[in-house]
Every structure is written in C-alpha cells, then in structure tokens.
Design a protein around this ligand. Structure first.
Ligand code: NAD
Ligand code: ZN
Length: 351
C-alpha cells in the first residue's frame, strides 16, 4: 500500500510500504476513505516530537471501512464504516474505567498513553491502518454522517469540547474567550454554546479566521497582536474580564493572554500543546481565585458529539476548506502548512 512516511525532521514521502496485518486479537484493519492533517503532524515534521522515529506512518485522524478484525473483536465486523479515534483505549484499565482514555494503560506502544497512532505506531495517513483495541477505539458511523464530518470527530471536536469547554467549566450566561481560531479553537467555539455561553469571543491574529469563526458561533471577534486587544476584550465584558479563557494556540504569549483576561473566580483552560517553557505567574494569580486546567483529549465524548452532528447541531463539515485525493498527499501538506496564505482550516484527503 501507499502511506505518508516520516523520514526524520523535514523529510516525508508518499511511498510504498507493507500492508498492515492483525497482530493482536483486539486489532482491526481499516481501509481509509478519508483522512486529514493535524497541526501536530507539522510539529512532528519539524522534529518537535522525538518519540516519532524515522519510517513511522503519520496521521491520527480518519474514517474508513473495516477489512479485518481480530478474534476477540465482537462489536465490529468487516465492512463496517467507522471513525478512528486519535486515542486508543483498551476500555478495561483503571484509567479507561474512569473515562481517562488519554492515559490508557493498555500495553500497545508501551507508553501508558492513549495517543499512539502516527506517534508510537503507524498511523492513518495511509491506504490501510491497524487499529489496536478496536472495540473501544472505533466508532460506527451512521449513514447520514459524511466522511468529512466523521473525520472532524477523530480529534478536533473532542479536543475543543473536552479540554476547552468541559475543563473550562462553561456554564449558562458565561462570557467565553477562545484564543486561537484554528480548527481546535473553532471546535471550542462551536461547542461552547452547548453549555449556554452568552458570549463567545474569538481572538486571533488572522482576520480571515476571525471572520470564519462567526460561522461556528463566535458572537464577537478581537484581533490579536494590536495595542488595544486587551481593552477590546474587556469592552465586551462587564469590565471584570471573561468567565472562561480557552487557550488554543500553544505558545507562552497566548497562555499569558488567557491569564490576563480571565475574571476573578474564572477559568483558564489550556488546550494548546506547548513545546517551550511557559511562565505561570502564581504570585499575581493566586489572589484572583483562578481555576486552571490542561490536558490531552480523552475522546470519551465522541458518541455524544456524533449524535449532535447526526442531528445537524454542529457544522463540522464547514471546517473542511480544501479537498485532495491520496495521490495529492504532498500537495495537501503544502496547502495545510501555508494556512495563513491558503486560508486552509482542515484539508480532507480522500481515496
Ligand atoms: P492552528 O495552528 O491551526 O491554530 C492556531 C491559531 O492560533 C491560528 O489561527 C493562529 O493564527 C492563532 N495564533 C497564533 N498566535 C496567536 C496570538 N498571539 N494571538 C492570537 N492567536 C494566535 O492549530 P490547531 O490545529 O487549531 O490546534 C491548536 C492547538 O491545540 C495546538 O497547539 C495543537 O497542538 C493543540 N492540540 C491539543 C490537543 C490536546 O489534546 N490538548 C489535541 C489536538 C491539538
Ligand atoms: Zn485503557
């Protein structure tokens, strides 16, 4: 089969590799119909994620059909159309039992963590992929949900919702600010309304993304990087700051921005993946009664989000701005990596 193979920092190729086979009774093989690229894949290609070794097939998002199941997989059969979750979960370890799939202790990858696809084992940017712990890591896709909608549930939507909105404790009437209107920030914007946010303020450096965020439920937008950005945010609150500040970028500046706009008693929910040391000013924050959260997505809300997409309550499909086929994989990477110029949010790559 063909797959997108990591060849070390800065090197990737769409090339021939052996087909995956069932290795454990809990595995399934999925023939990909649609996959996509995540910002994390770009981090890997820069060499920021040293656990990814040369020869690894990248990708942790995808939708496809099952072509083989291991002997202990009983709730899926060959031919089932499924979403592949970015997090594998054995479903039976102590962490999975409490819904903390991100820290699944199931042996595969020997990592004690749920994100292994396209990281510690071969991923979904391929014609076929082996999915470990298939029973709990795959989700059946209803016929009314498109491949492109389904792919947004592998990672983006659960991340924005769980680590942004749920961890941020959004409640009815809240003013919520989302810093970073990339796919993950937009997923937080689109789901903040589920808990009754009264105002959702999108903050980004990119005016195009701010405009786009309104289509997903942002009620107000603030251009970042200006002299007045903070004043602009406070002008949209009662002057006290926002109830919940969601950081969806992953750099020290935006984390600090979140702590500067949160009101006393409010929440800062960090979603961004940080590669650099981030200052935390407890000396000024402690007296503000701030709740601070962070985490790796669990994807335990995937079934719920899938129902909302099925019921046309979440405009997941609108995140797809560019479409490619498997033969154009490198072109898809090029478009996605130049998002500011190409206006790309998510690229869908289909068979
Ligand atoms: P992205 O790069 O597409 O979007 C980031 C956005 O932040 C861009 O629109 C950019 O213009 C904006 N931005 C950059 N600097 C800014 C600034 N100073 N002020 C305001 N906006 C600024 O990324 P994404 O795919 O949306 O992902 C967002 C973050 O979430 C990344 O760090 C990603 O690694 C992380 N992530 C976390 C998890 C998790 O489990 N916690 C899962 C997936 C992704
Ligand atoms: Zn587990």
């Amino acid at each position: 089969m063909k797959a997108l193979v990591y060849g070390g920092p800065g090197i990737k190729s769409w090339t021939d590799v052996p087909d995956p086979v069932i290795q454990n009774p809990t595995d399934a093989i999925v023939r990909l119909d649609t996959t996509t690229i995540c910002g994390t894949d770009l981090h890997i290609l820069k060499g920021d994620v040293p656990a990814v070794t040369k020869g690894r097939i990248l990708g942790h998002e995808g939708v496809g059909k099952i072509t083989a199941v291991g002997s202990s997989v009983t709730n899926f059969k060959v031919g089932d159309r499924v979403i592949i979750s970015c997090i594998k979960s054995c479903g039976s370890c102590s962490n999975c039992k409490i819904g903390l799939y991100s820290h699944c202790l199931g042996e595969e990858g020997a990592s004690g963590m749920g994100w292994i696809l396209g990281h510690l084992i071969d991923g979904t940017q391929a014609e076929f992929v082996r999915v470990p712990y298939a029973e709990n890591s795959l989700y059946k896709l209803p016929v009314s949900v498109t491949d492109e909608e389904g792919v947004m549930l592998s990672d983006i939507f659960p991340t924005g919702f769980e680590i942004g909105v749920q961890y941020g404790g959004v409640k009815p009437g809240d003013v919520v600010a989302v810093i970073g209107a990339g796919p993950v920030g937009i997923a937080a914007i689109a789901t903040a309304g589920l808990y009754g946010a009264a105002k959702i303020i999108a903050i980004d450096l990119d005016a195009n993304r701010l405009e786009k965020s309104r289509e997903f439920g942002a009620t107000d937008t603030v251009l970042s990087g200006t002299a007045t950005w903070k004043k602009d945010v406070f002008a949209l609150t009662d002057g006290a700051g926002v109830d919940v500040a969601i950081e969806a970028v992953g750099v020290p500046t935006t984390f600090s921005m979140a702590t500067e706009i949160v009101r006393p008693g409010g929440h800062v929910a960090n979603v961004g993946v940080h590669g650099k040391e981030v200052p935390l000013h407890l000396e000024s924050l402690w007296i503000q009664n701030i709740f601070l959260s962070m985490g790796l997505v669990n994807t335990n809300t995937t079934p719920m989000l899938l129902k909302l997409i099925e019921g046309k309550k979440l405009p997941a499909q609108k995140l797809v701005t560019h479409r490619f086929n498997f033969d154009q994989f490198l072109e898809a990477y090029d478009t996605f990596s130049r998002a500011a110029e190409t206006k790309a949010l998510k690229v869908a790559i289909a068979r």
